[in-house]
Design a protein around this ligand. Sequence first.
Ligand code: NG1
Ligand code: ZN
Length: 542
Amino acid sequence: MDFDSVKRLSACHSKPAGLLLQYGTAGFRTKAEYLDHVMFRMGLLAVLRSKQRRSAIGVMVTASHNPEEDNGVKLVDPMGEMLAPAWEEYATCLANAEELEMPFVLTDIVHKESVDVNQKAFVAVGRDTRPSSENLAQAVIDGVTALGAQCQDYGLVTTPQLHYIICCRNTEGRYGTATVEGYYQKLSKAFADLTKQAASGGDSYQCVNVDGANGIGALKLKEMEHYLQKRLSVQLFNDGTNGKLNHLCGADYVKVQQKPPHGMEMKPAERWCSFDGDADRIVYYFNDGAGHFHLLDGDKIATLISTFLKELLVKVDLSLKMAVVQTAYANGSSTRYLEDTMKVPVYCTKTGVKHLHHKAQEFDIGVYFEANGHGTVLFSKTAEETVRQMANEEADAKKREAAKMFANTIDLINQTVGDAISDMLIIEAILLLKNMSVQQWDAIYTDLPNRQLKVKVADRRVIDTTDAERRTVTPPGLQEKIDDLVKQYKLSRAFVRPSGTEDVVRVYAEADTQENADALAQAVSVAVYHLAGGVGEEPAPL
Ligand code: NG1
Ligand code: ZN
């Protein structure tokens, strides 16, 4: 490999002295001005990964729901999944190497992973709408070309579109056509075929209001409208024409603040949803007649989708193994409903979709969602093949129709990663097929009141967790204190963990009333502040 040209080009993307970063929950993420060298180096790493896997690899420049000033980068593996953990470590080493160390780090990766340096490589690059993203994407392209590999710049795309494109490229088109247009065509055809199966024939007027977080999702949804051919009427807000990305809007704001995006006038019974900054998360909400805000988050979405799939399973009379995967942030009521009423096995993994995705792969139908609205459904090869065969060959007309519905559902879901557009279409289709209102969906179970808070500490690594992040191991005394506090409230639960995307410790609490959830979250925050080296003012009561 030509390390001379790497050295020469790397000098144009030099690393700020002393800067250390880590490949976190979803790649590198920090202020955009610190990321130029990381981008160049992730271009290099993507080439090595592509050579090793003999497949196309994706590099997405985005910081998702973070403020507009931040940016970040995540690598996409061959089947559209997140980068393998061992390579996350290489990514961290490479990002933190001093200029002179770079050739050694690269050679080390080549040896450890038996990379055939003569193998051809292909890297696809995508970016979100942040002002910093264009230059940062160029730095990735410089890295790819520095190693003489082929690079395709897909420009502005949502994160899930890039995942889809990578999966299509590496499956010789079996998953779909590897273009943004191919994505629109696949999803809109599946949506049309699925909604045509509704009792109404799918022609009833469906209207959804979308908060695009002033990001890429808004842009791409506008592009897609023409493909949907009025099967769904979308009213788009926060489309980026004047507001700031993720500012007082977007899925994370709505979920964490438990209120609608700033300035939205929501009429009772109107159905609303919010995307995040790179359109891989979605949450729904509405105001009831009394003006109360109701949030339908990732847990409610997982419940709606699994109810629908379970009903389909009964109709097609197949015994496929289905499970739901959640994280510690899942509302206790959702877990109870899924396990006790729906009788679906539920698993809890660490935060971060890579963990959920991995677990969901163990089942024929693995539904996974983070409470924040990031999630999708995975189908095993057996499940897909059986359902598709039944849709074509089943003699029993009712079963055949149900199998077709199942196959259309599979085609509508982006199995590579959580996808706000695909999730929105599947939710809209299910509501239509089940003739269900957003209020009826909300009434499936009642969320336990909950609160999420953040605490600033000097070094968040002092907190170590176990049991899928539901208990702390260090610092000493913290878990005992949390246990004492939890005992003081009814239906209560609380946990803390260091964030992988922000320099904070996250606190989560739920209890029988909002006042109690708030009080518990605040008391736990104070405990974190005292036992884990809090900085600044002690957390004040809410
Ligand atoms: P951190 O900052 O590690 O909590 C957040 C989300 C994750 C995941 C990542 C990536 C919460 C509590 N955490 O991670 O679920 O989505 O961002 O975007 O929502
Ligand atoms: Zn995102």
